[in-house]
Design a protein around this ligand. Sequence first.
Ligand code: GLA
Length: 747
Amino acid sequence: MSIVLDTAQRVFTLNTKNSTYQMKADEHQVLLHTYYGARTDSSDKSYLCYPVDRGFSGNPHPVGKELRTYSLDVLPQEYSCFGTGDYRTTALRVCNGDGSRAAQLTYREYELRPGKYGIPGLPAVYGEEAEARTLAVRLEDKASGLEAELVYGVLEELDVITRAVKLTNRGQKPLVLEKAASLNLDWQYGDFQWITFYGRHAGEQNMQRTGLHHGIQSIGSVRGASSHQYNPFVMLCEPGCGEGSGDCYGFSFLYSGEFLAEVEQDQFCQTRFVCGIHPDNFSWKLEPGESLWLPEVAMAYSGQGTGGVSRIFHRTLREHVCRGVWKNRRRPVLVNNWEATYFDFTADRLVEIAREAADLGIELFVMDDGWFGKRDDDNSGLGDWEANEEKLGCTLAELGERVRKEGLEFGIWLEPEGISEDSRLYRTHPDWAVEIPGRAPCLSRNQLVLDLSRTDVQDYLIREITRILAQSKAVYVKWDMNRSLCDKFSGALAGERQGEFAHRYVLGLYRVLEELGRAFPQVLFEGCSGGGGRFDAGMLYYTPQIWGSDNTDAIGRLPLQYGASFGYPVSATGAHVSAVPNHQTGRVTSLYTRGCVAMAGTFGYELDIAGLSGKEKEEIRRQIAVFKEQYQLIQRGDYYRLLAPGAGSCTAWAMVEGSGKEALVTAVYQQVQANGPLVCLKVPGLAAGADYRMELVGADDLDLPQPLPFGFGPGETLTGAALGQCGFILPPAREDYQAWQIRVRRI
Ligand code: GLA
């Protein structure tokens, strides 16, 4: 049973295939968190809360008169509140009608619902009624009338539990929420490390693993979007946890705006994890009767280490977050003209690229920035979404038609949220840009941002994009967003509600994406924010893939695709083969290596195909054929990280078909070494008793080391058990950045 209720003891046990999560409303009506970890029985685990009289940890009235061992400061709770005796970082801080900052939530009732709850206007994990159940637990702050409905979605087979919160003011006076996190998770003991992903533009999602220390550690964003700088996916694990074993928890915040993820180790070495909307610059007024839904956190536990948790999230995001026709359909191999032409192109030039691309098996041509308004560089024109016919030499509709005539579908770049001061749109609607009256706004890439918290702006965008899609018949939109927000203010909000701006912006964005997605179900939307500046599970609900990074260097991509793989499936990360020397780093890598790395994402090209040699075109043709043939395995197979970038001479990963029929192993050497050490790779997930043959993909054109290690020669086979437990020897590198793509097939 996925949800087990002990109504007499008021114990709620949530079970997934391999995990159990438990809470209990105790005799003082506090909703305690009693357990989260490996699957166990549904007996009451509150015996683990050992009562001790802790000095300077106060006791709530009237319990405290009798019981000095009962303190909110030390009890593990489901939703902690500021101001009433819990001195750790808390999930909820409310300013009451009288100006006090205090809340104390007590249990009122629960409700079981079939299926998985949804959240109006916000992304959420979804599931069939047979796959999921929902538990709602209602808490109340008696003094103010604030109600907190904690909702839990249990997807047993998927191994995931979700949690969201709906706050309602059932009192008589307005309340102001100053901090309203979505998740609070407490452990009274245990030693943890936490894994986060930091970065920068063109260098996103670097994995960082550190121990906890006394105090609060946090990551987050106050940039309007989830940000390049920190990703809203984090893990907590035991110190010995590895890729394949050890206790590990993962948390994915389904939200694309400002977030805060905090972990605190307190005076008693207890650990608290809190995750939600960033409280800086957030406040939300709840008039009597009003409600606010807080975004969802999806969580998973695995005893199979970080790899186990990652594979749960890969499946969850692929099957239960991404929606629409592109969820399971093979995504087209595309060519994008950005790094081929930047702003300097005409329709003829684009059609030439499309013609060459069609010949190689590419299926979609994407016209990037520079096709509209006055936009020959990035200083002007954003907001004027009329094609620059003088520059192109034809209309948008004609260009779309010409590309289709070459046998490719047509796709288009938009940056709907951007607005240049030098644009007709800004001159007509200066009040639509995010600015604080009386202050000169901060520019970034010489642009401002449209106020998506406004309904009129949202409606305008829906109309404009509908027109562009109808005119161009584009089947793909690259939805870009090229700056961080600041100067947060909306002319449409009252002064006391300005703290709602950042969240309302995200709600506005979601509304626009939802309506366009519904109106154009066949269109593939790719998210982008200067690469991975808004790379999160919330966006994936609307755009099933996101451009991973503006860094297209195959070697530069290794750490960021490695980092992204912890919380996101291969099918989420946009990755392209680009020209050498690489435009970001100047590095020269082989076309083969670039193909191998881009194939660990949604595969495409971003270079001037017309300028390539015949041999290079042949290699591209080969890569595309491999990608199409191996698509299911690459995009939907079980993903294993084998070697981390930077750890040795080589980075490696494997995609393994669920039944162990086949695998695709990719290894990229960062460096060639004279007389270097051997690299041995183990391939998990194969059938132990079966025999496997290994083959170097594209070997005909590669300069192979001789002799090849055992397993690669004609007739040589290895068992699944040998490959899984002992591994195979990777052919050594012949040059820097050498990659090997290895097909492992059961015979
Ligand atoms: C962003 C994107 C790039 C490209 C440019 C165009 O940086 O990430 O891929 O589209 O904008 O201005």
